[in-house]
Write a protein that binds this ligand. Structure first.
Ligand SMILES: [Zn+2]
Length: 441
């Protein structure tokens, strides 16, 4: 800036600069009180306004407080020939000196400098910033007003503001729901990631639809497992070419881990390519496997029904628990909260008790559960917890806890059904259902 003239001018001749990047002047109580006491110590920097009076370059906050303090005159440094670019730059530079200058305000100042014709490179050099930073700030200033408000409030970062602006340009509805989620206090990075994935997924679907329209290939809507031996992700051009026109071939629109839209190529019936698979013999095996699964499901359903009828009709009406079950019950109570690890520990304790390795177990159980009614309640609650967790998954897999549960019921007088007995006797070999077919009689 050129030579300045120090002068005292009428306060009402000094006007705020409409391009001041600062959004608000903050709490000025202390400053106003100080100006009332001691007047303006540091002069404002102003420039003559062609329409009369002076426009502030630096000192908006002092000007506002001087007005509140009732001053009629004010000390200013007049810059005689400041052009728009100089003023814009000076306002940014002045504000970068103060604490609390937000990215939203800096963005507004940068845009003001760009508006006067300054280049991003020149601004970057003047501020000692990277050119990309200047470009990002300008882009943030172009963000929707509510995003800028969040940036100004410090609720979101500059990167998040840019991501929101980008989202708004692509999908206004998704932008609105994302911003609402941020307002609800959800993590901005998380909701932005979800939004980007949704956009990428829509892009992938659009790409897939175009391919389908051009080639007639089927679009797969749910991701094939790839691990079941029945489907295969086709990755090479050669594999894809071999599948063109075949009924097993489909495309699956999805999103990569990096959030990019992608259309995958899949063979959904790999067995159709296995010459052996087409023989009647193997196909009969498939049918037999299917029958076995259905039969097992029926057997398990029947077993569940039989067991629960016994629990209702025989166990629940009982008011006392046989003394010999106390250690087992204690162990099962140790097994809650239910987890495989706890259950294994419980099973170990039961074994220890049965082998006489823990003679204090009964006394310990009695000290923990001191009357028959409470003991009974504990028992029923323990059984109920295990029954709650019974599902086809439990039946198919090898769960120590379920086996221990069935063992307890058998101890209490329940006659295990064949699938239950099989479960109990094989629960440690890790492969109890692979080829076994249960019967219900
Ligand atoms: Zn195929």
């Amino acid at each position: 800036m050129h030579a300045m003239t120090l002068a005292t001018v009428a306060l009402n001749e000094v006007h705020p600069n409409p391009a001041n990047p600062r959004y608000d002047l903050g709490n000025r109580d202390t400053l106003t009180a100080s100006i009332k006491d001691r007047g303006i110590i540091q002069p404002l920097v102003v420039t003559p306004d062609p329409e009369g009076g002076y426009t502030i370059i630096a000192g908006h906050r002092r000007h506002a407080s001087a007005t509140d303090a009732g001053l009629t005159e004010i000390l200013v440094n007049i810059v005689p020939d400041a052009d728009a670019a100089t003023i814009a730059a000076a306002m940014v530079h002045e504000n970068t000196q103060r604490a609390g200058f937000t990215d939203a305000e800096l963005a507004r100042g940068i845009q003001g400098m760009l508006d006067t014709g300054a280049t991003a490179a020149a601004i970057a050099k003047g501020l000692g910033a990277k050119r990309d930073t200047i470009k990002n700030l300008a882009a943030a200033h172009a963000a929707p007003e509510d995003t800028r408000a969040y940036l100004h409030a410090g609720e979101i970062s500059l990167d998040q503001a840019l991501a929101l602006a980008d989202l708004e340009s692509k999908d206004a509805d998704l932008y609105a729901t994302t911003l609402a989620a941020v307002e609800d206090g959800q993590n901005p990075d998380w909701v932005l990631r979800k939004a980007r994935e949704a956009i990428a997924k829509a892009e992938a679907v659009a790409q897939a639809e175009k391919i389908a329209a051009d080639t007639g290939v089927t679009i797969i809507t749910e991701r094939p497992s790839g691990w079941d031996g029945k489907s295969k992700h086709l990755k090479s051009d050669e594999e894809i070419a071999q599948h063109h026109g075949q009924p097993c071939y489909g495309i699956y629109p999805t999103v990569t881990n990096d959030g990019e839209a992608v259309v995958q190529h899949w063979c959904t019936k790999t067995r159709a390519h296995d010459p052996k698979a087409e023989t009647v013999e193997v196909s009969e095996d498939d049918k037999a496997e299917r029958r076995r699964v259905i039969a097992n499901n029926k057997a398990w359903d029947t077993a569940n029904g039989v067991r629960r009828a016994w629990l209702t009709e025989s166990l629940h009406p009982r008011t006392t628990i046989p003394k010999k079950h106390i250690p087992t019950l204690l162990a099962l109570n140790i097994a809650t909260p239910y987890s495989e690890e706890h259950v294994r520990e419980a099973v170990r304790i039961v074994a220890a008790v049965k082998n006489g390795a823990w003679p204090g177990a009964e006394a310990h159980a009695k000290a923990t559960v001191n009357d028959g009614a409470t003991l009974r309640t504990h028992l029923l609650a323990t059984i109920a917890r295990h029954e709650d967790r019974v599902s086809k998954t439990v039946w198919r897999e090898n769960r120590t806890g379920f086996a221990a549960h069935l063992t307890l019921l058998a101890d209490l007088g329940y006659t295990l059904t064949p699938p239950e007995a099989h479960y109990v006797t094989t629960h440690n070999n890790g492969d109890h259902t692979a080829t076994q077919t249960y019967t219900t009689d």
